[in-house]
Design a protein around this ligand. Structure first.
Ligand code: EPU
Length: 339
């Protein structure tokens, strides 16, 4: 029998560490729990908030609807020659899954080490780091359709993955709840070392022929050095997306700021480093009230203790304004704003 609790603090369910209450709260431990929950029409009508690791959202105020905490566990794998098929429950911690795979020599996820959050949330924004995105290892996912009570399998194409994008964030937003994800990995590593400081860090360690364990360790080391640990300093990783603009828009900006960091993004598009833009506006490491940006990565907004969601949100608006004034570039928030 499902337990619906009332007026539950969400402080332990969001990595920003914002203290707001959910009017109703339920924990889902099995896919069938969702069918049971939505048999009662009152939960169809009320506003819902699905929480995995709570690592990509900012709660602005008390949530008046039903918070659904996904806690479906379990990881299984099957090997066929060099190919490895892995399936994980939505409530598994993403990095536990990465470790499960890395320890067994299942290659493909090593660059995605230490990304906060849950397995079920990973397809929603197509998580990525160090030159690899979820879509590179994703095979399919199973999701519960709230309106019909049916389960549906989404192939990679069905998911419409883009940079920090999928159908679950756009046209199907709020309609499905992901219950499990399948991954396609390999026993033959195809290492991706080009991005960021991976090669340098391997060199420092004297590693010339890296294994996936080495890559995972190095990526974890780089992340720990650059990003704040949410268990001590509340944050939700990158607060903004890296803006993608056209080469025509980019040309005059580059003329004015010749050292601007940029990456080709295909098809006459250029991706800018939001962290760099924010740093150039003087925000890096700034403390403003209880919030601010992280000292080693200006793209990460932090809660220095006791910040409200509104305070962090207002601060993010200030950053958006100053980046727009200096560069004429509009930053988009990457975290989900709730409330
Ligand atoms: N940079 C600055 N100042 C800063 C931050 C960055 O000049 O304060 C420069 C860096 O020196 C580098 C460039 O900007 O030249 C890019 O920085 P970084 O390599 O740290 O990566 P990012 O583009 O800022 C993205 C992802 C991160 C992911 C890293 C590594 C987004 C929004 N963020 O950040 O993902 O870990 O690449 O692959 O795409 C997340 O999404 O929560 C996240 C942490």
């Amino acid at each position: 029998m499902l337990q619906i609790q009332q007026n539950v603090s969400l402080i332990n369910f969001n990595t920003f560490g914002v203290d707001v209450n959910a009017r109703y709260f339920v924990e889902i431990n099995h896919p069938e729990d969702l069918a049971e929950l939505f048999m009662d029409p009152q939960w169809q009508q009320i506003e819902r908030l699905v929480i995995g690791g709570g690592s990509n959202m900012l709660l602005i105020k008390d949530f008046e609807g039903l918070a659904i905490h996904m806690n479906i566990r379990g990881i299984e794998h099957r090997i066929n020659h060099q190919e490895v098929f892995v399936e994980a429950g939505a409530g598994e911690v993403w990095n536990d899954l990465v470790n499960y795979c890395v320890q067994r020599g299942f290659a493909g996820m090593e660059n995605l080490s230490l990304i906060p959050g849950s397995v079920g949330a990973s397809p929603i924004q197509n998580i990525g780091a160090y030159g690899v995105e979820l879509k590179d290892v994703f095979s399919s996912c199973k999701a519960f359709e709230i309106a019909t009570g049916n389960f549906r399998t989404f192939s990679k194409v069905d998911c419409g993955f883009g940079y920090r994008e999928s159908v679950f964030k756009s046209e199907l937003a709020g309609q499905y709840i992901i219950v499990s994800v399948k991954f396609d990995l390999s026993l033959t590593p195809n290492l991706n070392l080009k991005y960021g400081a991976i090669e340098q860090e391997l060199e420092v360690r004297g590693i010339t022929n890296p294994t996936i364990k080495d890559v995972s360790r190095v990526v974890s080391h780089i992340r720990v050095a650059k990003l704040p640990d949410p268990s001590t300093i509340g944050n939700a990783g990158s607060f903004f997306k890296n803006p993608v603009i056209t080469t025509a828009q980019f040309a005059p900006i580059q003329q004015q700021h010749p050292d601007i960091i940029n990456y080709p993004a295909g098809d006459g598009l250029v991706k800018l480093a939001a962290g760099w833009l924010i740093e150039q506006c003087g925000w890096k490491g700034k403390v403003v009230g209880n919030t601010g940006t992280w000292k080693n990565q200006a793209l990460v907004l932090v809660n220095h203790g006791g910040a409200t969601g509104q305070e962090v949100y207002n601060f993010s608006s200030q950053i958006i304004d100053s980046v727009y004034t200096k560069f004429g570039v509009n930053l988009q928030r990457e975290v989900n704003i709730i409330g």
